[in-house]
Design a binder for this molecule. Structure first.
Ligand SMILES: [Fe+2]
Ligand SMILES: [Fe+2]
Ligand SMILES: [Fe+2]
Length: 420
């Protein structure tokens, strides 16, 4: 009998939203907190279960259109900054994922004054956009260096008074009701908020299957890669390369799909690394290299928090390990590394060699081939996997490059140069 694979949607969405905000401590948990506030307002307004789920999901990812770490922090800190570009990009990103498409307009209008909304407040998505508008506004005005109950009155009255020029009165009224208790504010800033949202949020018990997981992690891939033009197509290339290797190695369908997920997410831990390092035009110094090493550890830490991800976590977070024990961060060797981890390491290195980097152009097939063979000869990468790579190198090279070109085109045409 075919085994079924199911994943906890609440767990996955809350953890990823949390991971994205690790980009800078100034906005740690911003989207988790916004989702908490939005969820409570939506319940107070007695919206339908579907609407409550939608506002929660949109709030968890409402700022995905702020692509770079700098843009994320600036939007969080400066009220006068034009929010339109990140709203438009957020809408485009949501539109690219079937699961999120129906709520893309919620993200598009999450900074729009209620008098400027397209259509009336009776339209569900307008209502949800307004709820996020207020929730986001409140969250951004919480001072992170002051005890929350010393500021809850200010937030409830002065801040809301300011926000009420933009936000429909019924939402302001619902917020004032739900924010009456101390526990509401203590929850908002609780260090355990993510676990609480997973447990008590509106998505508990919602499961997704492996096909849906692949689609969703394809969306997360964009959030990981689009933080810089230098990484914009990296994970896409790795996914294509490992996908082909898995096919040639005759892996079963479930393993192939799980490997796609692991490949999409292998660099999720780079979210915590600054763009100075990612975009450095020369090779990294020794010290910078040490700093860069933590990205795989972060991948491990983020994915370890997701139920049912044991294999995916292991395969994703070991892509810098080497068979002779010289890799990082676990200092694993051949006996510790499963075949899938070894395949992902090959996919990552081969893609990195043939793509352009800030400090060098991508290599031609022949040069990359020689380097990969040398890695196997020196006992760093798996010989069997390298043999498969070499046997199909023309096809793999062109398919990886094609997939990366498409990803770069999408990034440049749909997101970077968005017409405003
Ligand atoms: Fe925003
Ligand atoms: Fe925000
Ligand atoms: Fe990496």
């Amino acid at each position: 009998m075919q085994e079924t694979y199911e994943y906890d949607l609440s767990n996955i969405l809350v953890r990823f939203s949390d991971a994205i905000d690790m980009v800078n401590e100034k906005l740690a948990k911003h989207q988790n907190r916004t989702a908490y506030i939005a969820f409570h307002i939506a319940c107070e307004l007695k919206l339908s279960q579907e609407e409550i789920e939608s506002v929660f999901i949109a709030a968890l990812f409402h700022d995905v259109g702020a692509l770079t770490p700098d843009e994320k922090v600036e939007l969080h800190e400066f009220e006068e900054l034009d929010p339109l570009p990140h709203c438009l990009r957020g809408q485009t990103l949501f539109d690219s994922c079937e699961f999120l498409k129906p709520i893309s307009s919620v993200v598009r209008y999450h900074h729009t004054n209620f008098v400027d909304l397209p259509g009336s407040m009776a339209l569900s998505n307008n209502m949800l956009a307004q709820i996020i508008h207020l929730s986001d506004y409140i969250e951004r005005h919480i001072r992170r260096d002051e005890y929350i109950l010393f500021q809850s009155n200010r937030l409830r009255h002065q801040t809301v008074l300011k926000a009420s020029k933009e936000i429909h009165p019924i939402i302001v009224e619902a917020f004032l009701k739900v924010s009456h208790s101390e526990s509401f504010w203590l929850d908002v800033v609780s260090p355990y908020l993510s676990a609480q949202l997973e447990r008590e949020g509106p998505l508990t018990e919602r499961l997704i299957n492996l096909d849906e997981l692949v689609e969703l992690t394809g969306f997360f891939r964009m959030l990981i890669d689009f933080r810089s033009s230098f990484t914009a197509s990296h994970s896409t290339g790795v996914v294509k390369c490992t996908e082909l290797l898995c096919e040639y190695l005759d892996f079963d369908k479930v393993t192939r799909q799980k490997m796609m997920v692991a490949s999409y997410l292998h660099d999720v831990g780079k979210i915590g690394i600054t763009n100075d390092l990612i975009e450095k035009p020369e090779a990294l110094s020794e010290e910078e290299y040490e700093l860069m090493k933590q990205h795989v550890y972060n991948t491990h830490a983020i994915l370890s928090g997701i139920k049912g991800f044991q294999d995916i976590e292991k395969w994703a977070s070991k892509h810098h390990e080497r068979l002779d024990g010289t890799g990082y961060p676990f200092k694993n060797n051949f006996d510790d590394l499963e075949l899938c981890s070894r395949v992902l390491a090959v996919g990552d290195i081969f893609t990195a060699l043939i793509e352009d980097r800030p400090y060098r152009q991508g290599m031609e097939i022949h040069a990359a081939r020689e380097i990969m063979i040398d890695f196997a000869r020196r006992g760093k990468l798996d010989e069997e996997v390298i043999q498969v790579l070499v046997a199909h190198i023309e096809n793999i090279y062109h398919q990886v490059r094609d997939s990366q070109e498409k990803a770069t085109c999408y990034y440049q045409e749909q997101l970077l140069f968005v017409n405003i």
